[in-house]
Design a protein around this ligand. Structure first.
Ligand code: NAD
Length: 434
């Protein structure tokens, strides 16, 4: 079952179980607009054509919002699934946005800096007419970052002739993208927001379960933006990070010993280009300090908490039986396949679902967008205060609903989103039904 099929299946099943209006469910599974295009660039004197997409799923709650990723095996169905999940996520954390997503099927590591800039600018100019601060506001995602957002914002402004002499003020042009550099209207705390939000939600769950976080060990798959910042804040909160991995493999230490220091790990990853081998950090190699592990060994680590911060389908039917953690934090969108989710539920492993635990990213993006529009710059403390408020509120509502219906956090999160969207559907289209 593909990621898209499993999201659709999940919505349909939950809709049936909780007797949601079937016309609303049918409506939710349609797409407002799918933009399918080629992005040609010159690469080492040859012309290369890459496939690109921008998918605008639904604007029941507000303007479209969603990231842009550059990934070498990207396909339209994945972008559609991610856009649909954005709609659900924004509804869950009560943000006035609808869902969108975009991307290019490309391995960005195969491009030079100039080629990457050219690809990013062309992507933005192609979709320029369909995006904007009051239409669709893109953000970074896998393998895209603040610099790429700055190039895209600049190209969008050029394509739409929004230069210095136009009547549109600069702060409104800045509101056309989020996740920008600070110098271009970016938000303090945006970079940390998704990982930070994951820790906020995990803390709440741990508190509810009456666990002592000081004794909880964590394995983190993916050590990019989300995985690193999650590890950083988890470590500061007293959890022990004992295993981490990136696309090249991972490292692990004794789960009963002390924690890795996430900042030292990042420094080492930057120096070596990968985490594998980072057990040698700081001194001569000392194998008692840790060992190299494969991706699969990370998934089956004997830890209390497994954090997914890389790609979709990381826990799937082939490896789900090997998961030994008590809690899985699904920071990666679609990190767990549907078949795997069913097995985790049977094994009574608690999953904090993606739309809840990674909603810190879009919440911070909302703060960036609104503060650009208002030409105001909040402090990092203000941003973290808003993240705490929004995510704690969402967690409380989800856990209350889960208890009420004796169901999983995933089912409860989806149900809350669907209920909010259904109300908006009836209101927007002035519909009546029994
Ligand atoms: P990133 O590109 O910064 O980092 C991705 C990390 O995953 C890298 O360390 C990479 O080496 C690693 N990786 C890739 N394939 C892997 C594999 N097969 N096994 C192990 N590691 C692998 O991306 P990110 O922004 O950190 O996003 C990670 C996930 O979080 C994605 O699913 C993304 O959609 C989701 N997410 C991100 C944000 C955000 O604000 N960045 C918000 C919500 C959700």
């Amino acid at each position: 079952m593909t990621y898209l099929e499993s999201v659709i299946d999940f919505i349909k099943l939950l809709g049936l179980e909780f007797k949601m209006n079937t016309s609303f469910i049918d409506y939710l599974l349609t797409y407002d607009k799918i933009i399918n295009f080629s992005v040609p660039i010159t690469k080492q004197d040859k012309i290369m054509i890459y496939q690109g997409w921008r998918v605008q799923h639904n604007s029941l709650l507000g303007y479209y919002k969603g990231g842009i990723r550059f990934v070498n095996n990207l396909d339209l169905d994945t972008v559609k699934a991610l856009a649909l999940e954005m709609t659900l996520k924004c509804a869950l954390v009560d943000l006035p946005f609808g869902g969108a997503k975009g991307g290019v099927c490309v391995d960005p590591k195969s491009l030079s800096r100039d080629e990457l800039e050219s690809l990013s600018r062309k992507y933005a100019s192609i979709i320029a007419n369909d995006i904007g601060p009051f239409q669709d506001i893109p953000a970074p995602d896998i393998n895209t970052n603040d610099l790429i957002m700055a190039w895209m914002k600049d190209e969008f402004a050029k394509t739409m002739k929004l230069g210095k002499k136009s009547a549109v003020p600069e702060h409104l042009i800045r509101a056309s993208f989020t996740g920008k550099p600070l110098s271009q209207g970016g938000l303090r705390g945006r970079e940390e927001a998704t990982g930070y939000g994951g820790v906020v939600v995990l803390n709440k769950l741990v508190e509810n379960l009456d666990f002592d976080k000081k004794n909880l060990s964590i394995a983190v798959q993916g050590y990019g933006n989300v995985g690193y910042w999650f590890s950083y804040f988890a470590y500061r909160n007293g959890y022990k990070i004992v295993a981490v991995s990136d696309s090249h493999g991972g490292i692990m230490k004794n789960p009963y010993g002390d924690s890795f220091n996430p900042q030292l790990l990042l420094k080492c990853k930057k120096e070596k280009g990968m985490l594998s081998g980072c057990y040698c950090i700081g001194s001569v190699c000392d194998l008692s300090y840790g060992k190299s592990i494969s991706q699969e060994e990370l998934i089956s680590s004997p830890v209390d908490i497994l954090v997914l911060a890389a790609v979709e389908g990381a826990i799937n039917r082939d490896n789900v039986d090997r998961v030994r953690a008590k809690i899985v934090v699904e920071l990666a969108n679609g990190g767990i396949s549907k078949e795997a989710q069913e097995k985790l539920t049977t094994k009574k492993i608690i999953v904090i679902p993606d739309i809840l635990c990674n909603a810190g990213g879009v919440t911070a993006s909302y703060v960036e967008w609104i503060s650009n529009i208002q030409n105001y710059r909040p402090s990092k403390d203000e941003v973290f205060r808003i993240l705490n408020e929004k995510l704690n509120k969402a967690f409380l509502k989800v856990s209350k609903l889960a208890r009420k219906h004796k169901t999983s956090l995933r089912n409860a999160a989806l149900l809350l989103s669907l209920q909010g969207l259904q109300t908006a559907f009836f209101k927007k289209f002035k519909l009546k039904a029994k």
